[in-house]
Ligand binder design. Structure first.
Ligand code: NAD
Length: 340
């Protein structure tokens, strides 16, 4: 069993903890919080030992009826791999601790590539993570882009990608962020950072991205265009998406034309927290021009798509499972997850 600690039990951390808990070859030895909260209470209820960075705050947790198992340092010392899911920028500061204790660590997309010197996506570069001490799982948007670009590149060759990300303003549980009533160019400059981030995983891909933020909380929407090198067809593209373990097809005829309807679908499917671990590609949007330009819309659940990637990254770093397809299957099966 791979002993996993989750440092930062928030939006991503709590989902990674549940996904790790579901795996047969992994166990959760602890999760961490900085302040008492309903999430900390739930960690207790799920039986995940809860650790805190500042032990002087233990009475605050206990006053809220939350049990504390010890300090973050103790948690890290007891694990094989730590998943750092603290807010962007904080994870990099934790690197010294992981180094000092000689632990394997993986970070999220809110940190720069340099935090680990290696950026990960299961479908693209699983093997390069084998046995590594440090890895960064790329952001939700970059994960969604990498999956489709890699799959198209393997079949047709990709000459150039252009993509626009219409991003959610805040996560559903976050009352502090916006916008409430605006379309915000984020960034106003073109290109956005997403293209270079894709290149940390797929260095050979030419890509230009733009991004804006809208007043919604569930999912990003990508408008993707790719110039392909070889003859392609809509039918073949759809076949590849259907066969991919982490891409799903929003089938035509179901009447789904929005993220709101996808959320309802995920909830009706009984997915935990309505999570969509797969990229959701709209079948009717897939089109290929005579000169091999591919166009499509894909919706990306920002809270969920990186979760399964974290599980594979842990497995790759632990070094026991060398084949990415085996790991992806193990991860998906443990979650009872079949792409839509
Ligand atoms: P979050 O704010 O929901 O959760 C972060 C957690 O870390 C909180 O539980 C907080 O209590 C804890 N924390 C804060 N400071 C800490 C510290 N010093 N030590 C230990 N724990 C601390 O954040 P999130 O949305 O889960 O984001 C985590 C990472 O995942 C970021 O790098 C982010 O960019 C990335 N990410 C987020 C999303 C998303 O949509 N939310 C998607 C993909 C990747």
């Amino acid at each position: 069993m791979i002993k996993v600690a989750v440092n930062g039990y928030g939006t991503i951390g709590k989902r990674v903890a549940d996904a790790v808990f579901a795996q047969k070859d992994m166990e959760i030895i602890g999760v961490s919080k900085t302040r008492p909260s309903s999430e900390a209470l739930i960690a207790n209820k799920k039986g995940y030992p809860l650790y805190i960075a500042d032990i002087s705050k233990k009475p605050l947790f206990e006053a809220a009826g939350i049990k504390v198992a010890g300090t973050v340092d103790e948690m890290i010392a007891a694990c094989d791999v730590v998943v750092d899911a603290t807010p962007g920028g904080i994870g990099a500061k934790n690197r010294a601790l992981y180094e000092k204790l000689g632990k394997k660590a993986l970070w999220q997309g809110g940190e720069d590539h340099e935090v680990a010197g290696f950026s990960f996506n299961s479908s693209c570069n699983y093997n390069e993570a084998t046995g590594r001490q440090f890895t960064r799982v790329v952001s939700c948007n970059t994960t969604g882009l990498c999956r489709i670009i890699k799959a198209m590149d393997a079949e047709f060759g990709v000459k150039k990608v252009r993509a626009t990300m219409v991003r959610r303003g805040a996560d559903p549980g976050d009352p502090k962020r916006g916008p409430v009533d605006a379309i915000v160019l984020n960034p106003v400059t073109i290109p956005s950072h997403h293209g270079p981030d894709v290149q940390t995983v797929l260095p050979g891909i030419e890509i230009v991205t733009t991004a804006l933020v809208v007043p919604t909380t569930f999912m990003h929407m990508h408008i993707v265009q790719m110039d392909l090198k070889n003859k392609a067809s809509k039918e073949k593209v759809i076949e590849i998406i259907k066969a991919h373990p982490r891409m799903g097809l929003v089938r035509k005829g179901l009447g789904i034309t929005s993220t709101a309807e996808i959320k309802e679908y995920a909830s009706d499917l009984g997915r935990p927290r309505s999570d969509l671990w797969e990229s959701c590609i709209f079948e009717e949007s897939v089109s290929v021009s005579d000169d091999n330009e591919l166009y499509l819309f894909q919706a990306i659940h920002q809270e969920a798509d990186v979760v399964v990637e974290n599980v594979d990254a842990i497995r790759a770093m632990a070094g026991e499972v060398k084949d990415p397809e085996v790991s992806i299957k193990m991860t998906n099966a443990a979650l009872g997850f079949e792409a839509i």
